[in-house]
Design a protein around this ligand. Sequence first.
Ligand code: PAF
Length: 279
Amino acid sequence: MHIAHTIAELREHLAAFERPAFVPTMGNLHEGHLALVKQARPLGDVTVASIFVNRLQFLPHEDFDTYPRTWDSDCEKLRTAGCDVLFAPDERALYPEPQTCKVHPDPALADILEGHFRPGFFVGVCTVVMKLFQCVQPRVAVFGKKDYQQLMVIRHMVRQFALPIEIVGSETFRAEDGLALSSRNGYLSETERAEAVQLSQALRAMAEAVQSGERDLAAIEARAMQALTQRGWQPDYLVLRRRSDLQAPSAGEPIVALAAARLGGTRLIDNLEIDVPTS
Ligand code: PAF
């Protein structure tokens, strides 16, 4: 695996390839990331991953400083997963001057849910992803569906700027008990880790209610909020939204359940696409 720390070095190495397949990450890699790399491999003529903890997408009180940096094991895992090129710039390499030119995604999509609870988050994500895309110039990029809204915001950005990049969404990788894998799961204590599965179970309960024909979506959401709150969680949202734009759904439209909730000091997110049988 070739490791490039600067944009120039990366571009020089990638000049020989026509169809890079790209997986951007912030490191602290787990099986979910490696599944993205494996999915990317057959999609291009070279597989590129990046590791960059992007300060722009963290709020001042969030975990930028303590976000786990696990360089040696990340490199080992990427090698094993078959990554060809790792782009790992430091802040001076990616942001040599203050990044005052930023990408502001559509507020209708980016200022709700995650964007509401983490203002500016998607500006930070879109800005770094746009910049990483300029560096790697991929023909295809793979993102996890675990960050459902992020995937939608990026798809929208790519479409609006007519970037010649196919965006592939990869299914969420779950632990045996159903917990979606996340770099932040490492913050959980043993007791919290056992409790954490309740988030995916809350989503499943919402899905079952919809699938069993219950039509009062607000009541389903309120029940899920109450169930998690009673267990000691602090939910930001547990909602049922239209898959196409994450707005409130009308009858018969494809739905996704989305959740974000804090367990102790750790904020977890998850989602579940709900298939409603057509009658
Ligand atoms: O999903 C992530 O890990 C990050 O938001 C991303 C896409 C690598 C941008 O920093």
